[in-house]
Design a binder for this molecule. Structure first.
Ligand code: SAH
Length: 227
């Protein structure tokens, strides 16, 4: 009872925030199948026990190692912007709790997800397997370089803020595919961007919304003194 009313409130809050941001995101509602995925995935399973009371709260929640599971509205919006199709193969950078990967797993054929913090990668892989999301593969790796073995991808989603758009991710995107990525430095305004790769390989970038993400860490950031 408590669980289902929490979920109902979460879905209402997402719809409300979509309404509040409709001018920026350019739509009044998210795709029904994205909202169905949000309703179907048990978010409480991805939130640490101590924070279960925040499982359906429309905000980010700590998951340990200084990381967070993104707020439901942002997960839903980024999923919608990716325009996932049932036959798609998607790459995610930043597995975290595995929640975003689980949402995508209900919508597409296969999800590959990389996580730079090893215990988070291990926990998310175990959790996704236990919950039956068999079409997700998690790898402990620095996602800046993507996951070349399974490229090209129909869509790529980055759930940590990058100082710039990583070239390897653009290279690993199929013509006709989309990259959804927050770009900017921590503590500064970050912009959620959608990059579309046209059939001729040309790139069209659109700024969607100001956001606040944890930074994309790893070799590229250390080299430039960015993280
Ligand atoms: N999508 C997650 C939330 C992501 S928080 C969820 O649904 O729970 C961002 C995650 O990106 C963190 O877990 C962080 O460790 C990871 N991350 C940061 N830099 C990374 C990199 N270079 N490669 C892969 N993962 C990275």
């Amino acid at each position: 009872m408590i669980k289902s009313s929490g979920m109902a409130a979460m879905l209402r809050d997402i719809e409300l925030e979509v309404e509040l941001t409709r001018r920026m995101i350019g739509k009044d509602a998210l795709a029904p199948r994205v909202m169905q995925a949000m309703a179907r995935v048990p978010r409480e399973e991805f939130v640490p026990v101590d924070f279960h009371y925040l499982a359906f709260h429309n905000g980010p929640v700590p998951i340990g190692h200084g990381q967070t599971i993104s707020q439901p509205y942002i997960v839903a919006l980024m999923t919608d912007l990716l325009e996932p199709e049932p036959t798609d193969v998607i790459l995610e950078i930043g597995t975290g709790s595995g929640y975003q990967a689980a949402i995508l797993a209900t919508l597409v054929r296969r999800v590959y997800s990389t996580e730079i913090v090893e215990p988070l990668a291990a926990e998310a892989a175990e959790r996704l397997m236990r919950l039956g999301y068999a079409n997700v593969e998690v790898r402990h790796a620095d996602g800046y370089g993507g996951w070349p073995e399974h490229a090209p991808y129909d869509g790529i989603i980055v759930t940590a803020a990058a100082p710039h758009i990583p070239q390897p991710l653009l290279d690993q995107l199929k013509p006709g595919g989309r990259l959804v990525i927050p770009v900017g430095l921590p503590g500064w305004a970050q912009e959620l961007k959608v990059v579309e790769k046209k059939p001729d390989g040309g790139l069209v970038t659109r700024d969607v919304l100001g956001v606040a993400f944890v930074p994309l860490t790893g070799g590229h950031a250390r080299d430039r003194g960015e993280a």
